[in-house]
Design a protein around this ligand. Structure first.
Ligand code: BJW
Length: 252
């Protein structure tokens, strides 16, 4: 269950967070890999198990890794695509679907590329780091296919360059529309929630800081501490699949 951490968050951060959400006209939720952990999808910076355990996920998600060994990187993404296809949204995803129906203005920004928010039923989802389900030409950047299931590296039918997953790697730009819409939503919201993210990767992690600067009430949902923890107004410790449904219940 959710429990508070800092004295600033007082003895019942869940109740205070629920009250803020009830009053809010505009809410932004930023999600990270942690929200999909209970659907069986490994996070980035926690230990992985099985076949890919010996690889550092954040080192495979780079343009340099792809240049070095496109087939290796492609196979890793093919494995992740299979995991995602077999996975189902969990109670944390469904709580956010419900939240969208209760708030006048709701923006869900996800760093995840797994499409589970859309499958849970959220309508307005900003895919900040792209999507696992698109394949792009690595030279021209154009979309060459929807998710290719094959382990074999695809080739662009126009120029023959290797295909790559339609995601944003380190050093690459966030898609302009996602960047602008998220930044303005963060600046204008009353409540900003950071769910299941280590708050280490920018510019995504900067959204909570922008919301704080603009006076929003910031809620963090995470079983572990992050750089955002000491800045947040309410810290709800625990897995999002438990904490988010409890938060929705407390809003009644
Ligand atoms: C649970 C849970 C449960 C577990 N319930 N929770 C400013 C300062 C410093 C550096 C930079 C900066 N601005 C830009 C940079 C550079 C860089 C960056 O941020 N580096 C830092 C790491 C230092 N950023 C970029 O390069 C970005 N581009 C950019 O800024 O362009 C402009 C530019 C260009 C050139 C130079 C400089 C600037 C692009 C970032 C792209 C990130 N891409 C990835 C891969 C996406 C594709 C894929 O999925 O493969 O995105 S990396 C990876 O990290 C992925 C994630 O979306 C992202 C964030 O990870 P996330 O989601 O937080 O996961 P974890 O694993 O870190 O954390 C999981 C959390 O869940 C933990 O906290 C757990 O406790 C928790 N948890 N179980 C709830 N049940």
């Amino acid at each position: 269950m959710a429990s508070g951490e800092s004295s600033a968050a007082t003895s019942d951060p869940l109740a205070r967070a629920a009250q803020q959400l009830r009053r809010a006209r505009s809410v932004v939720v930023l999600t990270g890999a942690g929200i999909s952990a209970e659907s069986g999808i490994p996070t980035f910076r926690e230990a992985q198990t099985g076949l890919w355990a010996r690889f550092d996920a954040s080192e495979l998600a780079t343009p340099e890794a792809f240049e070095r060994d496109p087939q290796l990187v492609w196979s890793w993404y093919a494995w992740r695509r299979r995991l995602v296809r077999e996975a189902q949204p969990n109670p944390g995803h469904f709580a956010l679907t419900e939240l969208e129906t209760r708030v006048a203005q709701f923006t869900l920004v996800t760093q995840n590329v797994d499409g589970l928010h859309q499958r849970a039923g959220n309508r307005r989802v900003i895919e900040y780091h792209g999507s696992l389900m698109r394949t792009l030409c690595s030279r021209e950047g154009i979309t060459i296919a929807d998710a290719v299931e094959d382990e074999t590296l695809p080739r662009c039918h126009r120029c023959g360059a290797p295909g790559r997953p339609g995601v944003v790697w380190f050093g690459e730009l966030i898609p302009a529309e996602a960047l602008e819409c998220s930044a303005s939503a963060a600046r204008e919201c009353n409540v900003f929630m950071s769910v299941g993210t280590s708050s280490l990767v920018y510019p995504a992690a900067g959204l909570a800081e922008a919301a704080l600067r603009a006076g929003a009430y910031v809620i963090e949902v995470n079983p572990a501490a992050t750089p955002l923890t000491r800045l947040a107004d309410a810290v709800l410790r625990g897995p999002s699949g438990t904490v988010l449904p409890a938060l929705l219940d407390a809003m009644h």
